[in-house]
Design a protein around this ligand. Structure first.
Ligand code: ADP
Length: 621
């Protein structure tokens, strides 16, 4: 027998699991059954697709055996099994990168944390919440040797050769004080029904059943084996036969989530392609939503046979929060990951599924605004990613995303903005490039306020990239307020052209600021501020250029702002009348620097800025 230490992270994790999650210890059974079901799925897949496994017996089942007297429970499966190496790797170390995250995310709130267990796949260790000793005997399919892994969940584990007649895994739990309550057949049946009813394989419970014996006038215990789950692929049943409870239960078993889903969309397609999809939207965005190594939430089945659950091809990346099932009649069972990437059938299913999900969401937005608000609060941002990547569905996505605005509290849709447009208004306007407070006080908004035009506040860091590529909502132009060309909506017919009068000052400013600016112009967009920065229509904005440089695109030329000057502002008027002296030079630079600051662009030379400011202050105080 060899004794091994746990990897440090495992010990840490075990401590956390045991100490922070004991208010819902019953999930240990869900986790172990789901491991068994995965192991059966894997073996089934191999026997169907791999010649080396074709001749192996496959009699899929999961057996729970309860020994009430000794307070033990075994969970056995006839799945893929593990050899010595697998046992060490799977039950002694933590291979997943997500687990470090798991450790950092634990909140101490037992309900939330038990949810995390499923999401991060640390399920097996939950056995130690209810056991003071766990033994695993496993034999890998296609191999002769079996191994026993034993641990008290504290220091480490022991490993020794063992016997097992068929391939598969048996987990033996010696219940601890906390776990004793589970040495009860009613309790176990109840838990299996709650979490594992739709596991595709039969789950049997063997226990001592008490039955009243009329002849002997007492109840007698007989060892009995009964199937305790429905074992049906619930998604294949007609919608009319399914209750909300069925859906919620299935969701919890496929997602590992503790809460009910927000919505589900169940579709059976018949025709040139036959498939069933059942998609769920979790009430809370998955914690790994913004990690590159996010866990895929959709499982692929072919004719009810599980194929895989880790293909990022099943749905576009921006819908990675969706959980559920795609079950196809037409794909071959031996479809491989590589084939999936360009498989025509899957492409069609995927295209139709995306359309379905988006149109259902649109429907909810129209008919159940309160529910939709819950949805969009969690998922506005991934939908915006879709605007960037999913060209075919852009129109629908534009209707689904929501925005902050200068005209409403909370959030608003483009359709609502459209309905609020003023008589004769040509475009919808938005501002990007910084935090909400910075955007709301931007000088660029002054003219819109004056003219009572609505402006959308796009303060999400991806807004800049996403919306710079979208110039229409239906027939209406979408315009950034920072772009130089002024829209017809801003032109004031009655105003004489002030640029002409301002020309001497503009020339002076150009001469002073030299190559720090691209151009200096008279502005029609300013009311209260003396100056602002704009960028050309075809150019990335200042903020975007900053972002591109931060992302490593070093070779883009240094941004050159175009400075706009407010002809009606007191400072500008005074400057126009003023002789060309040192004070005028300071003022010119201060007009540029304050405009850059309002754009959220850091000054290149703050020291000189402060010196100028002080010189000007000195004169005016
Ligand atoms: P997860 O199941 O999320 O990967 P677990 O900690 O529950 O995390 O299990 C770790 C690994 O141990 C699994 O990925 C699997 O490879 C292996 N394993 C666990 N239980 C079984 C089992 N009954 N049969 C075969 N392999 C198993």
């Amino acid at each position: 027998m060899s004794k091994r230490e746990f990897q440090t992270e495992v010990s840490q994790l075990l401590q956390l699991i045991i100490h922070s999650l004991y208010s819902h210890p019953e999930i240990f059974l869900r986790e172990l059954i789901s491991n068994s079901s995965d192991a059966l799925d894997k073996l089934r897949h191999l026997t169907l697709t791999d010649d080396a496994y074709k001749s192996l017996p496959f009699d899929p089942r999961i057996d729970l055996e309860l020994d009430e007297e000794h307070k033990t429970l075994t969970i056995s499966d006839t799945g893929i099994g593990m050899n010595e190496e697998d046992l060490v790797a799977n039950l002694g170390t933590i291979a997943r990168s997500g687990t470090k995250n798991f450790l950092s995310q634990l909140s101490g709130d037992a309900k939330k944390d038990s949810n995390l267990i499923g999401q991060f796949g640390v399920g097996f260790y939950s056995a130690f919440m209810v056991s003071d000793r766990v033994e695993v005997v496993s034999r890998k399919a296609g191999e002769e040797k079996a191994w026993r892994w034993v641990s008290d969940g504290k220091s480490g584990f022991e490993l020794e050769p063992a016997e097992r007649t068929v391939a598969g895994t048996t987990v033996l739990l010696h219940f601890n004080e906390e776990g004793k309550d589970y040495a009860n057949s009613w309790r176990l049946q109840e838990i299996v029904k709650k979490y594992s009813n739709h596991i595709a394989f039969p789950i049997f419970l063997t226990y001592d059943k008490s039955e009243w014996n009329e002849a002997e006038k007492k109840s007698i215990k007989t060892r009995t084996t009964e199937q305790v789950n429905a074992a049906s692929a619930l998604w294949r049943r007609p919608k009319s036969e399914l209750t909300d409870e069925d859906y919620k239960e299935l969701y919890k078993s496929v997602s590992g989530d503790w809460e009910d889903p927000l919505f589900w969309f169940h579709t059976k397609a018949e025709g040139s392609l036959e498939y069933t999809t059942l998609f769920f939207v979790p009430a809370k965005a998955p914690l790994d939503l913004y990690q590159t190594e996010y866990k895929v939430g959709v499982k692929l089945y072919v004719k009810r046979v599980f194929i895989l659950d880790d293909s990022k091809e099943l749905l576009p990346q921006y819908l990675r929060f969706i959980r559920g099932i795609i079950d196809s009649e037409d794909l071959p069972l031996n479809v491989s990951r590589e084939i999936l990437q360009q498989n025509r059938i899957l492409t069609s299913i995927r295209t139709a599924s995306v359309k379905k999900i988006l149109s259902e969401l649109k429907n909810i937005a129209e008919k159940q605004p309160e529910q939709y608000l819950k949805f969009i609060t969690e998922y506005n941002r991934p939908l915006k990613e879709g605007l960037y990547g999913d060209f075919a569905n852009r129109e629908t996505l534009l209707d689904l995303v929501r925005f902050k605005s200068t005209k409403v509290e909370g959030i608003t849709s483009l359709a609502d903005v459209k309905s609020r447009m003023k008589e004769g208004q040509k475009s919808i306007y938005y501002i990007t490039g910084g935090a909400e407070s910075l955007l709301r006080t931007s000088p660029l908004l002054e003219i819109y306020k004056k003219k009572d035009l609505e402006v959308l506040i796009l303060d999400d860091d991806i807004d800049e990239i996403v919306f710079s590529g979208i110039d229409k909502y239906g027939e209406i132009d979408l315009k950034a307020v920072s772009k130089a060309s002024t829209s017809e909506d801003l032109k004031d017919e009655a105003e004489p052209d002030k640029a002409e009068a301002l020309k001497p000052l503009l020339d002076k400013l150009k001469a002073t600021l030299g190559d720090q600016v691209k151009d200096v112009r008279a502005s029609v967009r300013l009311a209260d501020s003396p100056s602002c920065i704009v960028s050309d229509e075809e150019e990335p904005s200042m903020k975007m250029q900053q972002m591109m440089r931060a992302m490593g695109q070093k070779d883009i030329p240094a941004p050159k702002p175009t400075l706009e000057i407010n002809p009606d502002h007191e400072i500008v008027k005074k400057l126009l009348a003023r002789p060309d002296d040192a004070m005028a030079t300071d003022a010119a630079w201060l007009l540029l620097d304050q405009a850059l600051l309002m754009e959220g662009v850091p000054l290149q030379d703050p020291a000189t800025f402060v010196q100028r400011l002080n010189r000007v202050l000195n004169v005016s105080i």
